[in-house]
Design a protein around this ligand. Structure first.
Ligand code: GLU
Length: 471
């Protein structure tokens, strides 16, 4: 049975690249009716950020990437948190020492720096020469040590990545990496092998930064007599042609997108397309559809560029599909960020904004005119198409105010009737009315919709204020 895993280090927010790895691992397992496992890789204690693990659980659950096994849901292959597996790594490290595939190393920082300064490009296997007895004596005496992998000095190691094909590396290019650190915790280089094997992982899906160290991991599988898993390495997501999208630049993570008003389904959909496309090149896909369609032939061998404009467009497609009540419910927390919306009929506002909103923070831009009314700009009355200007506004506004006052209930028809009565174009009357109400050339709705939004009292206040300005 196919078993894949997502193995994040809890170092902060889940950024786009991490979420995509999780998604592909999830999809690959689901497509094959297999299992998707969550493992927390927290052995780099200094980088662990409090709360990051909970954020990982929450994000995966929210986005629908349900894991079959993991720290908080259990499973037969736990514990699923690496700091709780210290003894397991120690046991396998001893096995590797017994077989000569690993050795104790006592070299201190000064010596390592010295050999580097003398031109060494990798560790020189100095401690490999030491007898086991001597090493154990020094350990018993309390000396600090690490355990290193003993990589053959000659030969090549080869494997087939399911995306990139054959990867071949000369052993002489590989360093005797540390497997167990002086604090007793394993490095990633060791723990990933032990855990992927013991957790029965059949397909390892991860970032391309591990492509070239995978031969080292394979030597460990071989040394322990274990079958190697299949590997699927993923090209990075780029910010532009030159720079990777990275957490360090504060680049986008899931929480930021939610805060900007993206819908989770749209985020997942867009992220899926950053390095994969279905055969029919469709772009709008639900998670359930992707579970059916995902396949490695669609996984890209080249990097993808994160294009927020496209993600925005995709989000707008999802927003269009919401029904009015659902749109309103999701828009409410964003309305609350703007004091000037207090007191307005927000449900009505939602009906106006729904078709104009691509992401929910757009509601700020779309309604900003409401707050800047008092700074009235009479220049806006000038409209070349309708041949209107401030002088015409001055002439018409008293009548328009009267129409609003007396015929509020049938305002739309009343404004039309007014235009007919005085023999002007309807567009002229509506333009002047709407500018006087809103102080904005572009508004999310026409003259009567804006009047409905403000209500009679506020609309009259605004019309009179505008008239005062133009008088
Ligand atoms: N903990 C590693 C990371 O966050 C995981 C790499 C892997 O999936 O093997 O990059």
């Amino acid at each position: 049975m196919v078993r894949t895993r997502f193995a994040p280090s809890p170092t902060g927010f889940l950024h786009v690249g991490g979420l995509r790895t999780a998604l592909y691992a999830y999809l690959y397992a689901k497509k094959a009716d297999g299992k998707f496992i969550l493992r927390i890789e927290d052995t780099d204690l200094e980088r662990t950020v409090p709360g990051a693990v909970e954020l990982i659980y929450r994000t995966l659950n929210e986005t629908g990437l349900k894991y079959d096994e993991g720290p908080d849901v259990g499973g037969d292959f736990g514990p699923y948190v690496q700091t709780q597996r210290k003894e397991i790594y120690a046991e396998y490290a001893r096995k590797l020492i017994d077989s000569g595939d690993a050795y104790y190393c006592f070299c201190d920082k000064e010596r390592l720096e010295r050999i580097h300064n003398d031109g060494a490009t990798k560790y020189d296997k100095h401690c490999l020469k030491m007898s086991r007895e001597e090493a154990e004596k020094r350990i018993a005496a309390g000396e600090k040590y690490v355990i290193r992998q003993n990589i053959p000095e000659e030969g090549t190691t080869v494997y087939t990545d399911l995306v990139f094909g054959e990867i071949s590396v000369d052993c002489s290019d590989l360093e005797d990496n540390i497997l167990i650190k002086s604090d007793g915790y394993p490095t990633y280089n060791f723990a990933n092998v032990i855990d992927d094997h013991l957790m029965g992982i059949t397909h390892v899906i991860r970032g391309i930064e591990y492509l070239s160290s995978t031969p080292k991991y394979n030597l460990l599988y071989d040394a322990l007599g274990w079958e190697r898993p299949q590997y699927i390495h993923l090209q990075p997501i780029m910010r532009d042609a030159h720079q990777k999208l990275s957490k360090r630049h504060g680049d986008a993570n899931y929480e930021d997108f939610i805060a900007k008003g993206y819908l989770k389904d749209a985020i997942v959909n867009y992220i899926a397309l950053l390095g994969w496309s279905p055969k029919d090149n469709r772009e709008k896909l639900s998670l359930a559809e992707m579970e059916q369609l995902f396949s490695l032939d669609g996984v890209s061998k080249s990097a993808s560029i994160f294009d927020e404009a496209k993600m925005r467009w995709l989000n707008s497609q999802y927003i269009k599909e919401l029904d009015g009540a659902e749109f309103h419910k999701r828009a409410l927390p964003f309305y609350r960020q703007y004091d000037y919306l207090k007191g307005l009929d927000l449900e009505y506002l939602s009906s106006l904004l729904h078709s104009r909103t691509e992401i929910f923070t757009d509601v700020g831009k779309l309604t900003a005119f409401i707050a800047s009314f008092d700074d009235f700009d009479t220049g806006l009355f000038v409209n070349a198409k309708w041949k209107t200007d401030a002088a015409l506004a001055k002439k018409m506004l008293p009548d328009l105010i009267e129409v609003a006052e007396k015929e509020w209930d049938g305002l739309h028809d009343a404004l039309n009737a007014y235009a007919e009565r005085v023999g002007c174009k309807k567009g002229q009357a509506l333009w002047i009315f709407r500018i006087a109400l809103t102080n904005a050339a572009s508004t999310p709705g026409g003259a009567t919709e804006m009047a409905n939004l403000f209500g009679k009292t506020e609309s009259l206040r605004r019309l009179r204020y505008a008239y005062d300005k133009v008088k």
